[in-house]
Write a protein that binds this ligand. Structure first.
Ligand SMILES: CC(C)(COP(=O)(O)OP(=O)(O)OC[C@H]1O[C@@H](n2cnc3c(N)ncnc32)[C@H](O)[C@@H]1OP(=O)(O)O)[C@@H](O)C(=O)NCCC(=O)NCCS
Length: 163
């Protein structure tokens, strides 16, 4: 499996079950960001429909990385409204990115992001944002290698214990 080339292509309906498994794996990186994960929701039709929206909407992008028959990565992104006071009325929002650990370090994440960059440029978008957990340092480095810069801090106040 390791020797086979990784192909990047647009996601289609038939990819949804395989993508669902990758989204499940991705949750381990969101544990200290989202708190307890609602795995039932990830298994639900609502989650599948959310991903399907990225396939079906013209201002959304869903792409997969595939090695042989196996899905090994994906990116979900969309064109979204910016803060109304900004001159950049619309921005690219990189919503979700995951590369399976078997194929990390081979440029797959970079290729997925570059495909999203092109999608945004084709839509006349000049700015892309992505949010990552402040503890996810390796991912910060990854985005910095791709040219992203820190620009804001999200803070939160825990008012009650998680269930
Ligand atoms: C972050 C992630 C997408 C990187 O994917 P990848 O395919 O391994 O990354 P690439 O091989 O394309 O690396 C691109 C560049 O980033 C650097 N990079 C990648 N992972 C890195 C890491 N963990 N630490 C430091 N640099 C890293 C590479 O060295 C490379 O630099 P170069 O091209 O200048 O030589 C992948 O590790 C992942 O899915 N992580 C878990 C999920 C996650 O955190 N997703 C993001 C949520 S916002």
């Amino acid at each position: 499996m390791q020797d086979q080339a990784v192909i990047i292509r647009e996601m289609v309906e038939a990819d949804l079950p395989g993508n669902h498994q990758l989204q499940h794996l991705q949750m381990q990186y969101h544990l200290d960001w989202l708190g307890p994960i609602d795995y039932e929701w990830i298994a639900s039709e609502a989650c599948t429909q959310r991903t399907r929206n990225f396939i079906e909407n013209d201002d959304h992008l869903a792409i997969v990385a595939e090695q042989g028959e196996n899905p090994v990565g994906f990116l979900l992104g969309k064109i979204a409204p910016n803060h109304p006071t900004s001159m950049n009325k619309m921005i690219g929002e990189l919503c979700s990115l995951f590369v399976h650990e078997d194929v990390r370090g081979l440029g797959v994440g970079r290729q997925l992001c570059e495909r999203f960059n092109s999608f945004c440029a084709d839509h006349g978008i000049g700015l892309i944002i992505v949010e990552a957990a402040s503890s996810n340092f390796p991912t910060h480095e990854f985005y910095q290698r791709l040219g992203y810069k820190d620009y804001s801090v999200t803070m939160r106040l825990q008012l009650a214990d998680d269930d």
